[in-house]
Write a protein that binds this ligand. Sequence first.
Ligand code: NAD
Length: 406
Amino acid sequence: MQKRLEKAADLVQLDAGVYRILATPYQELTVSVPVKMDDGSLRVFTGYRVQHSIARGPAKGGIRYSPEVNLDEVRALSAWMTWKCAVVNVPFGGGKGGIICDPRRMSAGELERLTRRYTANLMDIIGPERDVPAPDMNTGEQTMAWLMDTYSTHTRSTTPAIVTGKPVGLGGSKGRREATGLGVAFTVRESLKHLGLPDKGCRVVVQGAGNVGGLGALFLHEMGHKIVGISDMYGAIHNDNGLDMPAVLDWLKDKGSLEGFPNADYIDNSQLLTLDCEVLIPAATENQITSANAADIKAKVIVEGANGPTSAEADAILEKRGVFVAPDILANAGGVTVSYFEWVQNRMGYFWEEQIVFDRMERIMVDSFNDVVASAKKYDTSPRIGAYCKAIDRVAYCLDLRGIYA
Ligand code: NAD
């Protein structure tokens, strides 16, 4: 991220002082979180919240629970959120949080107490106008409901806009579950249109069959494309004539794995990435397309559903080979866009039908795609660096208008 940011900052000729501001998080908090465990013992966990930028609006970003959480990672992810929110032009800055813990070894009661105490410790820096958390790795709707209740208890007010990704019954937005996958499908459609490729019948390969990959593949199947390969963490299925996506997702739900799906070859994840296809969607995890496999990728278009699936070395190889890469900060921003809609609906106290959510998200995704392509053209660079240039322009513009209080 840092390398890409430096490159984009050079291209937009960003002022050195502004670069220093953007290279440094606005605010970081490390908290000790005491939790009474079910066995009566008391443990103290370490939690973080980093606000990278609030130039364009309240900090926005998820909270992850994992043994691997560390401050450097949270810092990098919070900056990523600044750029992602700026690319889709929603009025948020960037933030991220995390707690070092192993949620698989904790009971629901322990996780609830952990979440509530962490929230209590963050009271001075979070709020609908300050910093709006969301789910991330190993956190979900229930975590957000606990966070919202704790915040509301402390402020003596019901404040749904303190978090996004809540259950719909508590003020979550309709369409949030589908948002990222649908945004990926819109980005595929716009990429194909941009390259003059057919709007139906393209062969699509998807790594990851979860919220982003599974639903993204389903929407592309409904748009008339052929999903020829899809994987989960155990392996992949492949059929050159196209997979019946609704049946694939039903199978996965029933069996917990793609293995054994009828009329498909079972292959491994590394073979999946180099299958013959027009479109490849890495939607599983980071660092999947690297210098080791970038030269063998057959796709003409890569649409990044996951965060950081392509290494900087692979970028250079793909660019040289003329592969069009729609970058993560654009392609998977449908999720944060609908999170923004959730925050807006919470503040209005008025809730939108699902189709309205999808239509408004589509408009933002299409406009953002066009902005990124125009920026790449203006600076004669890749869509990825073009997206960073656009994001930096927007953040720097707000900093300039507000003036720097230095
Ligand atoms: P998920 O847990 O619902 O699904 C992940 C899928 O990837 C699963 O099918 C899993 O089996 C598979 N997988 C995991 N590791 C794998 C590996 N090494 N090789 C192949 N497959 C593997 O997660 P998700 O919400 O779909 O998120 C996927 C990615 O998209 C992550 O990088 C996430 O940060 C990013 N993302 C998600 C959202 C969102 O709204 N869910 C928004 C933006 C970005």
